[in-house]
Design a binder for this molecule. Structure first.
Ligand code: DC
Length: 230
């Protein structure tokens, strides 16, 4: 970790599920050489640890305990990253909708969010960080170099999710996916602790009718001071 972490550039990309944050963050990380924080994965890993341990998701104290002693590792393998929970590769399991919903539920607990704070901040290291989440620009990195709030209509996000699943050869029920997205938006925006909201100084990018390249270009334009590292 950098001795003066605050001088390390951070680009935060917050927004609702399915807006394309993950894709844009990966593109930015590749273009800049910045490392990548997928904060949602930490909430999903905590949720999976709770589900695996039959922990009552209604208990803030028990769920926060799981966050405190989370045994996770992100291991770079070839072009991808393996996500390990207690040594087991759980990269696909944490993407399941049941884990996402559980993550959204426990993410409402202030004690659990506090337990994950330092772990997230520790990702800030030279040459820079691109951070993907819900509260990256508002809570975790309020002093970020550049902040984006990436959003799209629920309908557009559901259509994208359907195409994604179909391209993976998986079944996709549009109405169910749309209902899940709307339910998760409600859960993430209505919680009292670090709700999903754009930071006052964030650039709001509505990508309902934008291509991935257009979003990427808009995001990169906010990083003028990082041009030399491109
Ligand atoms: O980005 P994602 O879908 O992987 O995130 C899963 C859930 O975790 C999301 O519904 C809300 C929660 N989350 C959060 O509260 N704060 C973050 N910074 C990232 C995710």
């Amino acid at each position: 970790m950098n001795l003066d972490a605050h001088s390390v550039p951070v680009l935060t990309i917050d927004g609702p599920s399915g807006a394309g944050k993950g894709t844009i963050c990966r593109m930015v990380a590749q273009a800049t050489g910045f490392s990548l924080l997928d904060s949602g994965a930490l909430y999903r890993l905590t949720a999976l640890a709770c589900l695996n341990g039959n922990i009552d998701l209604m208990s803030e104290v028990l769920a926060a305990e799981q966050a405190e002693c989370l045994d996770v590792a992100f291991k770079v393998v070839g072009d991808g990253t393996q996500v390990l929970l207690s040594g087991e590769d759980v990269g696909s399991i944490i993407r399941e909708e049941r884990v996402g919903m559980a993550a959204s539920k426990i993410a409402a607990y202030p004690k659990l969010r506090a337990a994950l704070l330092d772990r997230q901040r520790a990702f800030r290291a030279e040459p820079g960080l691109v951070a993907d989440g819900r509260d990256m620009g508002t809570v975790v990195f309020p002093d970020a170099t550049s902040k984006i709030f990436l959003t799209a209509s629920a309908d557009a996000r559901a259509h994208r999710r359907v195409s994604q699943l179909v391209s993976l050869g998986q079944a996709a029920d549009f109405e169910k996916i749309l209902a899940d997205i709307v339910a998760r938006d409600k859960q993430d925006t209505s919680r009292a602790s670090a709700p999903l909201i754009a930071a006052d100084d964030a650039l709001i990018v509505d990508c309902t009718s934008l291509s991935i390249q257009q979003v990427f270009d808009a995001v990169m334009e906010t990083l003028p001071s990082c041009q030399p590292c491109l």
